[in-house]
Design a protein around this ligand. Sequence first.
Ligand code: FAD
Ligand code: SIN
Length: 528
Amino acid sequence: MQNTDYDYIIIGSGIAGLNTALLARAHGSTLILTKGRVDDCNTRYAQGGIAAAVGAGDTPALHFQDTLTAGAGLCNREAVQVLTNEGPQRVANLIQWGVPFDTIHGEVALGREGAHSRPRILHAGGDATGQHIELTLASRVAESDITVLEYTLATRLIVEQGQVQAVETLNSATGERQTYRGRFIIIGTGGAGQLYQYTTNPEVATGDGVALGFRAGAQVMDMEFYQFHPTALWLEGAPCFLLSEAMRGEGAVLRDRQGRAFMGDYHPLADLAPRDVVSRSIATEMERDGGGPVFLDISHLPGDVVKSRFPTIYNFCLNYRLDITREPAPVAPAAHYMMGGIKIDTWGRTNIRGLYACGEAACSAVHGANRLASNSLLDTLVFAQRLVSSSLGQAPEQADSAGDAPAQPDLLRSLPRRAPVCASMPEFNRANLQDLMWRNVGINRNGSRLLLSARILNLWQPAITDTPDTPEPTDRAAGELSNMALLGRLMVESALLRQESRGSHFREDFPETSPAWEKHVVLTAEEV
Ligand code: FAD
Ligand code: SIN
C-alpha cells in the first residue's frame, strides 16, 4: 500500500523543491510531488548563474545595496539582509554538494550582469548553470530516501481551522486521484511565464502554486510586478530562447536596425542598466522601428571565447543558422520572472499554519519591484534553509505581516471569488489568455486596457473552477488554464490598484513613481 502520510510534502522539483527536500529529509519523511518529469522546471534553463558576494573586493553590503536599488523602493530590507548575508554560505553548500561552478586559475569565475556593481555571478558550464544545479540536486534526491512522484499534479490544498492538512493530486498519466497528508506542506511550484504569449519559461510555468494557495486562503503579494527579460531570441521558426544578460556582462551591445548602440540614450549604465529599464527601452526602439526586433552584438569577443563562455546559446542559435560570433542576434523582451507570489515572512511561512512557500512562487518582497539579475536562484537556497529551520521550531514567533515594518501599511484587498455571469465573450482558452496578458498586462500598461482586461477575465470567470467546492479539474491542461486565469486576475487587479510606475510596473497614465505607493498590494480570497 502506498504511503500517503508524510512530515514534509513539497510541491515542485526545481531548485526550491529539490533543495528543500534535501534539507528536510534529515528531520522527517519527505515527499516531492511534481507535475511532469523531475527536470521539467524553470531551474533547468537558468543561464547566467547565482549572485553571491564571494569575490575579492565584494561584500554582502554592496550586494545588499545593488539589490535595493534594482528593487525600486519596494524591497523588504530585512529579507535582503538575510539574502545577501547568508547567500555566500548557501552557495558554499551547493559547491560541497557537487555543483561544478566554473573556475579560473583555481578560483571560482565570476561574471557580471545588469545593475551589479561588482562581478559576482557564479556560473557552471559557461551558460548552463541551471542544468548543472538541477542535475546535481536531482541525483542526490534519487540516491536518498525521499519519495518522488512524477506526473502528479497538485490540485487542491486542504486547510482546517487555519492549519494546512493535506494536498489533493491528480496523476496525469493514470488519471488516479490521491490525497496526501502532511505536517508541513511547501509550495515550490515556480513562476507563471506561460501567462504570456512570449516567454522564456517552459510549459510547466503556469502559476499553479499561487492559485492553490490563494484558493486555500493564503495571502498573495506584489502580483503587479512581472519581470520581462530584455533579450529573448526573435527568429522566424525558433522558440523564444533566452540570450543571457551575462552576454552584456561580457561586453555585448544592443543595437538598432541601423547598427547604432542605443542604450546610452536611456541610462548611465547603458547595456547594464536594470532589466526593467532595458526592456522598456527596447520596446520603445521596436515601436519606433515599426515593430521588428533589436540586435544583440557580441562580435567584439573572439569566436572561441564566445563558444566556450556561452556554449548553450551559441549552439542553440547555430541550429537555426545564426552564428552569433559573426552576426548580431535579433532579440526582443519576453516574460521571464514573477516577483509577486504567496506572501511569506523571512522564515518562509505563509499566513496558514504549516504552509510554506519557496522560490519563484513565494514573495518575501526580497526582489521588490524588479529583481536584480541572478538573485532568484540564491533566494530559493537561502529561504529554503530558513523554512526548514522554522519547521523545527527554530524561528521566532510569526509576526502579523511578512518582514520588517513597511514604510507604509500594505494595501489589503479581498477579491470576490466569482463575478456575475454575463454575455458571451471571446472563447476562454490558453492562447486568448496569453494574447490578452501580453497586449494589456505587459511591459507598458494603462488604466483603460487594464480595466478592459479585468472585465474580460471576470466574464471568463464562470469557466474557471475557483471556489473550494467546485469540482476538481478533469485533467492537467484544464487545471493549469484555470490557475492561469486566476493569476491573470490577481495581476490585473493589483496593476489597476497601483496608480504609479515603479520597477517592472509601468503605467502610461501614471508614469511617475509616487512616494505614496511605497507599499505592497496584498490580495486574499473573499470568505465563502
Ligand atoms: P521551478 O524551477 O520552475 O520549479 C517548479 C516546479 O514545480 C516544477 O518542477 C514544476 O513542474 C512543478 N509544479 C508546478 N506546478 C505544479 C503542480 N500543480 N503540481 C505539481 N508540481 C508542480 N535565475 C537566476 O538566479 N539566475 C539565472 O541565471 C537565471 N536564468 C534563467 C533563465 C531562464 C530561461 C529562466 C526561465 C529563468 C531563469 N532564472 C534565473 C530564474 C530562475 O531559474 C527561477 O526563478 C528558479 O529556477 C525558480 O525555481 P523554482 O524551484 O522556484 O521553480
Ligand atoms: C540571464 O542569464 O540573463 C538570466 C538571469 C536571471 O534571470 O537572473
